[in-house]
Design a protein around this ligand. Sequence first.
Ligand code: SAM
Length: 296
Amino acid sequence: MNKLDIATPTRTKELLNKYGFSFKKSLGQNFLIDANVIRNIIHSSGIDKTSGVIEIGPGMGSLTEQLAKYSKKVLAFEIDQRLLPVLDDSLSDYDNVTIINEDILKADVKHYVETHLSDCGEIFVVANLPYYITTPILMGLLEQQLNIKSYVVMMQKEVGERLTAKPSTKSYGSLSIAIQYYTDVERVMIVPKGVFMPPPNVDSLVVKLTILPTPRVTVEDEALYFKLTRGAFVQRRKTILNNYMSLIKDSKLHKEEIIAWLEASNVAPTRRGESLSLEEYAQLANSMKNFPNLVI
Ligand code: SAM
């Protein structure tokens, strides 16, 4: 990388001044100004000159620029129209970047991938995410099953810790389960506040999610599985029995059956949701059909 990279305080300030740009906190605008962090993100993403890359929130193009150098094509979704002229200017040396001025939560990503990245090899997501919508972005993309190989994404450290958490830890919850259902999760690096302009209030974590060829556990009814995993954490301090008493219809009438169902799945009713593995939730979901009075 050379001194003209966008991910430097000098170049970022230059662009801010030239366009009179003011950051919108509500859009999670904290721009990366450290070339080393970007180099690590690119390196851990595994992209090469055959890859198609989806980026969410290019900002002024600091990460986009390096993605353009090291991949075949970049498809970047940016909600803030004010950044379009900035990106036009900052990325004018690259003809392999397409910017889509849409909300990533509403965009037809599949359509854009087919239109813009169909001549690429493997597809990757690489992004410094807008932190206020990390979970809906990741869950939305994962549920669409877009044929993406892996995600290297930066997020608020606490959220990254939830993604990587194992059972019986403070951070483990329904988000850990949902992400680990679809992917292998690795921590890449902790990123301090100081490498952003403006600095956010929290430290950040870069996480790599590698899509599994098939989900980690086999469930007959995915919707039921996710209802059971979410329902087990509605009140973290409560037992799994009490949480499911709130989740299952007419549970007072069927308490004995709920206990029988838990026990048939080798889950003691006194356990808490945070102690159950993905496999145990799968067991619960798959055995529920044997207890026809239990309806969610
Ligand atoms: N990639 C740039 C960087 O690292 O310097 C900027 C990252 S900044 C954390 C997040 C970016 O996401 C901002 O540019 C923001 O405008 C954009 N953004 C926020 N909400 C969005 C949404 N719903 N859809 C698409 N982009 C969004």
